[in-house]
Ligand binder design. Structure first.
Ligand SMILES: N=c1c2ncn([C@@H]3O[C@H](COP(=O)(O)OP(=O)(O)OP(=O)(O)O)[C@@H](O)[C@H]3O)c2ncn1[C@@H]1O[C@H](COP(=O)(O)O)[C@@H](O)[C@H]1O
Length: 158
């Protein structure tokens, strides 16, 4: 866990934080098929597919811009810490760099959410998505018991 995160006191942590989060979010998204038009997710699931595809591309672009900003901010924070450590300028640049990394995380979450909506639209469950990633791993990298794709479904259409 990073110094920016915490688990609320008294709550048991799931075996995999990101696994539990993605599963909960994917289930919420799937359930929004039955929601009303007031749900943004429902609209993305049911409107012209271009709407959600446009969002994926827009949010991916925002990740790239946020990462460039973070890269620049970290560079200046590093330079300042080398040249004038323990000054208010160095502290300000360090804080700006930390905020720019936070912004990158925010934009990455936007991409992940919109990608999950696309997967739901096309009936690709999280286990199947995991199998796609697992198939690309070496034996050493792949976790024990990891779900795989049957050979007939590997690199299909390529
Ligand atoms: N995780 C998300 C989620 N992430 C992003 N978004 C929406 O995606 C849109 C992103 O569009 P914009 O880029 O225009 O907005 P922005 O992020 O404020 O702007 P930028 O900083 O990115 O430029 C916003 O409307 C966000 O509210 C999300 N909408 C919903 N969810 C989840 O889906 C659940 C169901 O939500 P409903 O859509 O309300 O049913 C929610 O409870 C959440 O758990």
């Amino acid at each position: 866990m990073s110094c920016k995160t915490y688990v609320p006191e008294g709550e048991a942590a799931p075996a995999s934080q990101v696994g539990a989060t993605l599963e909960a979010l994917a289930a919420t998204i799937a359930a929004r098929r039955e929601a009303g038009e007031e749900s943004y997710t429902h609209r993305l699931l049911t409107a012209d597919v271009d709407a959600v595809l446009k969002k994926v591309m827009e949010e991916a672009g925002e990740v790239a811009l946020a990462a460039k900003d973070a890269d620049t901010a970290l560079y200046f924070a590093g330079e300042s810490a080398d040249v004038a450590p323990d000054t208010s300028a160095a502290a300000r640049l360090a804080e700006a760099a930390s905020q720019s990394v936070d912004h990158l995380r925010y934009e990455a979450a936007d991409v992940a959410y919109h990608l999950l909506v696309v997967l739901e639209r096309f009936g690709i469950g999280l286990d199947e998505f995991a199998a796609e990633l697992n198939n690309r791993m070496t034996e050493d990298e792949r976790p024990a018991g990891a779900v795989r794709l049957y050979d007939d479904y590997v690199r299909r259409g390529k």
